[in-house]
Design a protein around this ligand. Structure first.
Ligand code: BDR
Ligand code: CA
Length: 330
């Protein structure tokens, strides 16, 4: 693995099938220590997201603190979760769930983020793979948060690749564009892992079957079930994904950026989010250096590092090696 030290991560998530995939990659990787899972609405309601985070942690025998956070967007009205993509339960409609004893941390997600950042100044990386309300709320609670956290990595947005909920918008940003614009412009070290790269990483269901056969474990069996459902959705939409009966590895790519940044090419510039109208949720990267006269594009304002290209074969190899490692106890 390319990361010599273990990074302390708060995983902000709306599990969700690819969120589950990403969680298990993070738990499997020796360079990542998940100190908490903060949940939000998105792929499912926030209640279901928290239930799923606890369940996935319990299956993997990791008692990670889990909190419940944003239940709806900051400004625009909420919408019904996309049950046709992730299943009504977010994990591909599991037929049964094993009982477990894990319970929620009582703190709201934003408070947990602030508490951890204050307790470990300069050491926490936020990996956020859902709508960004928890991070925006944490910034309100603690205006010094950008100085307290080490780094923020966001799965969301797109620059050149077409959107997945409108021609220009990616789902996480579209779900809460007001929160996203705050987060991209808070002044912390932030990297956007958007559709420009996540649409390049297509993982076949056969890989998850191989991982499940290797471990013979409830955690990887559950992941296989969920991914199979998710791949059905993507295969119905994209012929090149159907050709390998696979799915995009959106959220896991945020963690692969953390562990293997050498696989990515970046551009750097201001990212603004369109909040209303036909282009709602569009992430616009200020790529040129001329002094634009319009307000909102000031060159002195915060810069986001944006992943534009990925070595997807390298990323799939890292994912496979990590998932086949010795991370699940019997
Ligand atoms: C993002 O939206 C969600 O459906 C996925 O979990 C991912 O975070 C992809 O646009
Ligand atoms: Ca997600």
């Amino acid at each position: 693995m390319s990361q010599p030290t273990t990074r302390k991560v708060i995983y902000d998530t709306d599990p969700g099938v690819d969120d589950a995939m990403a969680l298990y990659y993070a738990l499997a990787h020796p360079g990542i220590y998940i100190i908490g899972i903060t949940t939000t609405f998105g792929n499912v309601t926030v209640e279901q997201a928290a239930t799923n985070a606890l369940y996935l942690s319990a299956l993997a025998a990791r008692a990670v603190p889990v909190t419940r956070g944003a239940a709806r967007p900051w400004v625009k009205p909420g919408e019904a979760p996309p049950a046709h993509i992730h299943g009504a339960d977010g994990l591909g409609n599991l037929s049964t769930r094993a009982p477990h004893a894990l319970v929620l941390d009582p703190r709201p997600s934003a408070q947990f983020i602030v508490d951890m950042a204050r307790a470990h100044p300069g050491e926490i990386t936020l990996v956020a793979v859902g709508p960004l309300g928890n991070l925006a709320a944490a910034l309100l609670l603690e205006p010094q948060l950008p100085q307290l956290v080490q780094e923020v990595i966001v799965m969301g947005g797109t620059v050149l690749e077409p959107g997945n909920v409108s021609p220009v918008a990616e789902a996480n940003v579209w779900n809460d564009p007001h929160a996203a614009d705050i987060v991209f412009n808070a002044g912390w070290t932030i990297t956007m892992v958007g559709l420009d790269v996540t649409h390049r990483l297509i993982l076949p269901v056969s890989l998850f079957a191989r991982i499940a056969a290797h471990h013979q474990h409830a955690a990887t069996d559950t992941l296989l079930h969920a991914v199979n459902f998710y791949a059905g959705f993507y295969s119905g939409l994209y012929p090149h994904v159907a050709a390998i009966h696979g799915c995009f590895g959106h959220d896991v790519l945020a963690f692969i950026y953390l562990t293997n940044p050498e696989l990515f090419s970046l551009e750097h510039g201001r990212v603004r989010v369109v909040k209303d109208g036909l282009a709602q949720g569009q992430t616009v990267l200020r790529r040129k250096t001329i002094p634009y006269p319009q307000t909102g594009w000031d060159p002195q304002t915060p810069v986001t590092s944006v992943c534009m290209e990925v070595d997807h074969t390298g990323a799939a190899d890292v994912f496979t090696r990590t998932m086949l490692g010795d991370w699940l106890r019997p």
